[in-house]
Write a protein that binds this ligand. Structure first.
Ligand code: FES
Length: 75
């Protein structure tokens, strides 16, 4: 027998972004991004998928260490 163990999260990773959608997917044309763009990875930004700094209070509240994904154009 093979036993599979599944980890069932106690709370969702995404607390409130586009919950009406089956899956949250965002698409961008790389040419349309500015010189530097910060994308949210904590799922707490009010400007999701962009970072608005909400990760700072989130990290303090729960002891996590998440931060944005920074995309920069090469100069
Ligand atoms: Fe989510 Fe900054 S607000 S990573």
């Amino acid at each position: 027998y093979v036993t599979y163990r599944f980890i069932i999260p106690r709370s969702p990773v995404n607390p409130n972004t586009k919950k009406e959608e089956l899956k949250v997917v965002d698409k961008f044309d790389i040419e349309e991004l500015g010189d530097s763009t910060a994308f949210c990875r904590c799922w707490r930004s009010s400007k999701f998928p962009y970072c608005d700094g909400a990760h700072n209070s989130y990290n303090i509240s729960c002891g996590d260490n998440v931060g944005p994904l920074l995309i920069k154009k090469k100069k």
